[in-house]
Design a binder for this molecule. Structure first.
Ligand SMILES: [Zn+2]
Length: 146
């Protein structure tokens, strides 16, 4: 874990407002390190600019409040929502292209393109990942991209 720190995955406006303790348990920390080592650090290196984690780890209450799936990988520290610091159209396209070009060798289960941010999730270390890429439009309807 070169470019990221745990607080970036724990900070949440909702958790702060509600007074939830969203600090990462030991197991989640291991998963976050794996997610960073396999996907986020290499992407950060490629972008040559910081990546902002908009939602990382979620305790159960937080996940419920933000409408997360009950089986969300965010609960385990295995997923993160993020965007490049300077989220220009060009930078957003660079992220999309990086996933497409590296999909074969990258360990990720799902990458979801929400237009203004991305979700990336991995399965626990040693599990088989689906390397699935999805794109959601403004109406929340999904279609497979590439
Ligand atoms: Zn997510």
């Amino acid at each position: 874990m070169k470019y990221f720190s745990f607080p970036e995955f724990e900070q949440s406006v909702t958790a702060a407002l509600k007074g939830y303790d969203n600090s990462t348990p030991r197991e989640a920390r291991r998963n976050i390190e794996y997610l960073v080592d396999t996907v986020l650090d290499p992407l950060r290196e490629h972008l040559a600019q910081p990546i902002v984690i908009t939602s990382g780890y979620r305790c159960r209450d937080l996940n419920h409040d933000v409408g997360g799936s009950p089986t969300s990988q965010h609960l385990l520290g295995l997923a993160a929502d993020f965007r490049p610091l300077h989220a220009t159209d060009e930078q957003m396209d660079t992220v999309r292209q990086w996933f497409r070009e590296n999909a074969e060798r990258l360990e990720f289960d799902q990458m979801i393109d929400y237009g203004s941010f991305f979700h990336v999730g991995v399965r626990p270390e040693g599990s088989t990942n689906r390397r699935q890429m999805k794109c959601y439009n403004a109406f929340g309807q999904g279609y497979r991209k590439d």
